[in-house]
Unconditional design. Sequence first.
Length: 192
Amino acid sequence: MDPAAPSDVTHLLRDWRQGDAGALDRLLPLVYTELRRIAHARMRAESPANHTFQTTALVHEAFVRLLEGAEVPWQNRVHFYAVCARLMRRILIDRARKRHAVRRGGDKREIPFGDWIGAVPARDEDLLALDEALERLSKADPRLGHVVELRYFAGLNGDETAEALGVSPKTVKRDWQVAKIWLLRELKGRDS
């Protein structure tokens, strides 16, 4: 996570939510480096042919969506980064869907899920398959879906994920294992 004091970020988020426009100006320099790290992690496994923008553009588009969206009741800096990571995921998924619809006529392909931790699938089809599986997991067990979003897409560690969800680190560790098994089974089931 970022070197900014968690309390500084949390206070600025609270001030921003309460209408202090200057708080946003003070917040952005504190969180920008971490947002770029999250965006870079999301894009590092993508083929350059699979996207038309860079890390900075993904951060900026996520921030624009954040500003345009409904007012978020910020809990803390971990919650802020989780929301931003989710927005970045949505941006990449939306772009992959558009490209996939044009190139493939809307067909879906199976994803070789293997050792998926730490990298976003390189092909649009893989990213879409992972997103669909994650949506099904979130419907079956919302907390497991949140654990995957925070660990995999936001890059949070177990303690940070536990803090964001208000559960113990042991619960996060168990949920993470269950979620990975569920997703692997779900994606392998597409092959049969």
